[in-house]
Design a protein around this ligand. Structure first.
Ligand SMILES: Nc1ncnc2c1ncn2[C@@H]1O[C@H](COP(=O)(O)OP(=O)(O)OP(=O)(O)O)[C@@H](O)[C@H]1O
Length: 257
């Protein structure tokens, strides 16, 4: 189980490379990425680009490596080999800068259970050097419908409420890239409507996102591109527009069986 600050420690120890800030029109650029756990290969030669401002749905069966890929992009896990760039920043040299560009909503909320909702947001605001963090936290808590729970400890909240605070934490520093691991899990209908409107606002600001889901219908509705992982590789990639759900379901069955 990861601790809330684990990624920060990894970030602070990363060396800075002089050529890390080359301009690029790609939010994500992955080349020859490999990752194994022990002797078990999970990602084998992943090639994947996400243009800035685009939304990508990452699909695949349980254990396909979706979370592993998102964790590498978020700087929580190291690539085995290959290159991973976020907005032109190479993860081998610029983890700290990448962290500033990325908002991650994962299975675990990366919040401190013993701190209150507001204390958590102020802590992360400090970590990300967010200007006027208190005001920003207040706006976001209102946005996710949690302003009345600001003084409650995280451990006193329901799972869906924690998820809402995790959204506020992820959006606090106005990230250009959102990485969302099954953002539609555990939320009620209001929660899903909220997530949908947050995503619309994010993309209206020019932001990009990569999200995982097991709901093919939602994958099509929320994305510009569909990608399916199987056997540690990208086995299918298609624009979402004009891709009928029945066809996606058929292809998904074919490539993941
Ligand atoms: N820290 C770890 N140590 C060892 N193996 C791991 C670790 N994390 C993930 N794995 C393994 O890597 C594989 C990919 O896991 P991952 O969580 O990336 O899959 P996923 O596509 O997100 O699955 P799901 O749809 O079930 O969430 C799995 O076989 C998993 O057991």
């Amino acid at each position: 189980m990861s601790r809330p600050g684990e990624h920060i420690a990894a970030v602070q120890s990363a060396p800075v490379h002089p050529d890390v800030a080359a301009p690029t029109a790609l939010a994500i650029e992955i080349s020859n990425l490999k990752k194994s756990y022990g002797l078990k290969p999970v990602l084998r030669t992943i090639q994947l680009n996400l243009p800035q401002g685009q939304r990508m749905a990452l699909l695949g069966a349980n254990g396909a490596g979706k979370t592993t890929l998102l964790r590498i992009l978020a700087g929580l896990s190291k690539a085995g080999s290959g290159t991973v760039c976020v907005h032109g920043l190479d993860s081998r040299y610029a983890l700290q800068e990448i962290r500033q560009q990325v908002g991650f909503v994962a299975h675990q909320p990366y919040l401190y259970e013993e701190l209150t909702v507001l204390e958590n947001l102020l802590f992360f605001g400090k970590l990300y050097a967010v200007e006027h963090a208190r005001e920003r936290a207040s706006v976001l808590l209102q946005r996710v419908g949690m302003e009345r729970r600001a003084k409650d400890r995280i451990r006193a909240l329901s799972r869906g409420q924690v998820q809402r605070v995790a959204w506020a934490r992820a959006l606090l520093h106005e990230p250009r890239l959102l990485l969302l691991d099954e953002p539609d899990t555990g939320l009620d209908q209001h929660g899903n409507d909220l997530v949908e409107s947050l995503l619309v606002e994010h993309t209206a600001r020019g932001g990009s996102m990569l999200f995982t889901t097991h709901n093919l219908d939602r994958a099509l509705a929320w994305s510009d591109q569909i990608v399916i992982l199987a056997g540690g590789r990208v086995v299918y990639q298609h624009e979402s527009a004009n891709l009928p759900l029945a066809e996606l379901q058929q292809r998904y069955r074919e490539v993941t069986q």
